[in-house]
Design a protein around this ligand. Structure first.
Ligand code: SAH
Length: 217
């Protein structure tokens, strides 16, 4: 083993250790996190910080979420191998790549066409053929592909958007941050039952806001 191999192996171990110490215990989620190289989704000066447990800037003034938050949200979503999953807020494509290892199909949508283009390039290069990307306002969901077993929103709305609740299958789960963008928000989980919706509050988080309409680039 060269010095370089050792440092990669060590970095990977530290990365997984950080996830476990933040409460990520689901083995399938840890395996999916191990499979996806976060470094592939980060360009420029921040690339060498890809394995640290912190959010980092990406294009269009957006951020790639902190790995432990990605893992905890994925764990809360309880994705099953046959599931069709919608992610709102593609950003770098990292979260979609993690989901692709757990679900049958992943549909991911972002309001910035540029982010969608760049994320698609990385996802295609990694050979993740079960991910489809869309440039659209995701607060309306993807009616042509609904309903979904799971929905993950990675931008904060004040309330869960109605169209997304409508596009969730009975028995389905949606995980999303809610609250005002310049405040601490709550990560919540919504379960759709035969009779209604069950909500539980998981933890405080901080996300960029869910914005209406398309982005300029
Ligand atoms: N999940 C991403 C990080 C998301 S950052 C990752 O793994 O890198 C939040 C993203 O939500 C941003 O890219 C932003 O453009 C997007 N977003 C905000 N409002 C949106 C909307 N209405 N529809 C679709 N995407 C939206």
């Amino acid at each position: 083993m060269s010095d370089n191999d050792i440092s990669i192996a060590e970095r990977k171990m530290q990365f997984l250790f950080a996830l476990r110490s933040r409460g990520v215990t689901d083995k399938r989620v840890l395996e999916a996190m191990e499979k996806v190289d976060r470094g592939a989704f980060i360009r420029g000066i921040f690339a060498d910080r890809a394995y640290e447990d912190m959010p980092l800037p990406i294009a269009c003034g957006q951020t790639i979420s902190q790995p432990s938050v990605v893992a905890l949200m994925t764990q809360a979503l309880d994705v099953q191998p046959r599931d069709k999953v919608l992610e709102v807020g593609t950003g770098s494509g990292y979260q979609a790549a993690v989901l692709s290892h757990l679900a049958r199909r992943v549909y991911t949508v972002d309001r910035h066409p540029r982010l969608v283009r760049e994320a698609k390039k990385v996802i295609d290069a990694l050979g993740l053929v079960n991910v489809t990307t869309f440039a659209a306002d995701g607060s309306f969901g993807l009616p042509d592909h609904a309903p979904f077993d799971r929905i993950l929103v990675t931008a904060a709305a004040e309330d869960p958007p109605g169209p997304l609740l409508a596009q969730l299958k009975p028995g389905g789960i949606m995980v999303l941050p809610v609250g005002q963008s310049d405040h601490v928000q709550s990560l919540i989980r919504v379960r759709k039952t035969e009779t209604g919706l069950d909500y539980d509050e998981l933890r405080p988080v901080r996300f960029v806001p869910l914005v209406e309409g398309m982005g300029k680039d």
